[in-house]
Design a protein around this ligand. Structure first.
Ligand code: AMP
Ligand code: GLY
Length: 435
């Protein structure tokens, strides 16, 4: 199949690797891609947030499926432009992507669909913020209303910090003050064709920068899949997944269809398992990063068939995808000073040695060859350099979590990046609890 993947992160590299693994003969294109994606696909010079440019390219090149990785092209209306011109696309249109782009919209849909979520108050002024903080009490949860690249949420016990965060984001629009929810977090991805959903296997993400869930929120510093502890709590993974489908995913997809904004693409349910039940903390309109890096390596069913069936409204006849029983762990390597102001341009070494560890692959994110970045500015031509905050994901599979985790950290130890940061506790607790 001729497939175009939009995006440049480790998530998109993981998608491309899954497509390559299912069928070496696929003709894959990526825009803008990165140095790792370039090893598997042809990189296309194309602005991924320009709807007409993407549609023109797809038509000129007989693309049979476009897979949209990040949120920005969705919010820019790229999927709408492709659909209008009859090109199968995995990713919702602009209106349905507001499920991620606007927390106010997401709350309204959940409210109308009867989907369980935290109570929230939208505040447009500092006075409203203060009143809402006092109503809910500590710990305080403050969320920017629009897209904030994973940096819009602050959970804090300090009222002053909550007010400072709200003051910052009020300059960009309104903020939501939300009830604090306590419990394990789960990311569950569902493919949706607008009416039918089919689930992938759940994963857990580590959102905070530092070990022991300390430091600022990030885009995600690591993940693992599956979640063995779901079995104890729900009897089985599929019992948990069924509950999410019945109480959350299907009501949401139906509500969006009723509003003539069908959701075709990946419904990412960010969930907290509280003592009183499953609650949605956020929806995203795309695959999660880094969860995709641990979900797709376990997928046995060919990915392209699933994405195409969703794009074409044909999930009704599709069986639930199969996943291997392998344990999968990913650890993200980030640049110094991520997430505030990452230092870029530094050389990355040791990837071949890292990938020589059994079960390990590297999903590239912010990587480029130095001669492609600034010809002349870097002394050694063609070094691999870091170009952003989250640089790469080390992905390791193993027969159990002990094996997957030790392989991931063994591989990381081979990689050089001055000032590089990573968490050392990814999947540590799951190893302790599953001997
Ligand atoms: P979000 O960007 O909405 O996923 O939020 C980022 C992180 O903040 C989540 O993964 C949670 O760890 C935390 N968080 C968000 N909302 C809440 C909430 N209502 N209660 C507790 N923690 C939350
Ligand atoms: N890992 C969180 C996200 O993709 O939003």
């Amino acid at each position: 199949m001729r497939i175009l993947v939009l995006g440049s992160g480790a998530r998109e590299h993981a998608i491309v690797l899954a497509l390559r693994r299912e069928h070496v003969g696929h003709e894959l294109y990526a825009a803008p891609g990165n140095a790792g994606i370039a090893q598997e696909t042809e990189l296309v010079t194309l602005d991924p947030v320009d709807p007409a440019a993407v549609a023109d390219f797809a038509i000129r090149n007989n693309i049979e499926l476009v897979v949209i990785g990040p949120e920005a092209p969705l919010v820019a209306g790229v999927a709408d432009a492709l659909r209008t011109r009859g090109i199968p696309v995995f990713g919702p249109g602009k209106a349905a992507a507001a499920l991620e782009g606007s927390k106010t919209f997401a709350k309204r849909i959940m409210d109308e669909a009867g989907v369980p979520t935290g109570r929230a108050v939208r505040s447009g002024s500092l006075a409203e913020v203060e009143a809402a903080l006092d109503e809910f009490g500590a710990p305080y949860v403050v969320k920017a209303d629009g897209l904030a690249a994973g940096k819009g949420v602050l959970v804090t016990g300090e009222r002053d910090a909550a007010i400072a965060h709200a003051t910052h984001w009020l300059q960009h629009g309104s903020v939501l003050i939300e009830e604090f929810l306590d419990g394990q977090e789960v990311s569950l991805f569902l493919l949706s064709d607008g009416t039918t959903v089919i689930p992938l296997s759940p994963a857990q993400d580590y959102k905070r920068l530092g070990d022991g869930d300390t430091g600022p929120n990030t885009g995600g510093m690591g993940a693992y899949s599956p979640l063995p502890w779901l079995d104890e709590r729900f009897g089985s993974e599929s019992a948990f997944v069924d509950e999410v489908i019945e109480t959350i995913a299907l009501p949401t997809v139906r509500r969006l269809a009723d509003e003539d904004t069908p959701f075709i693409g990946l419904l990412y349910c960010g969930l907290i398992l509280t003592d009183t039940g499953i609650r949605v903390i956020e929806f995203n309109a795309r695959f999660g990063d880094p969860e995709t890096q641990v979900v797709l390596p376990r997928l046995v069913t060919p990915l392209s068939g699933l994405l195409l069936a969703a794009a074409n409204g044909e999930l009704g006849g599709v069986a639930r995808p199969q996943f291997s029983r392998d344990a999968c762990v990913t650890v993200v390597l980030a640049s110094e000073n991520y997430p505030d102001a990452p230092i870029t341009g530094r050389q990355i070494t040791g990837l071949a040695a890292a990938e020589a560890v059994p079960g390990v692959t590297i999903a590239h994110a912010a990587t480029a060859h130095s001669n492609a970045v600034h010809a002349g500015a870097v002394q050694n031509a063609d070094e691999l350099v870091a170009t952003g905050g989250r640089v790469l994901s080390v992905v390791a599979t193993g027969a159990d979590f002990g094996e997957a985790r030790s392989r991931a950290y063994e591989a990381l130890a081979q990689i050089g990046l001055e000032g590089g940061q990573f968490r050392s506790d990814i999947a540590a607790r799951v190893v302790e609890s599953t001997p």
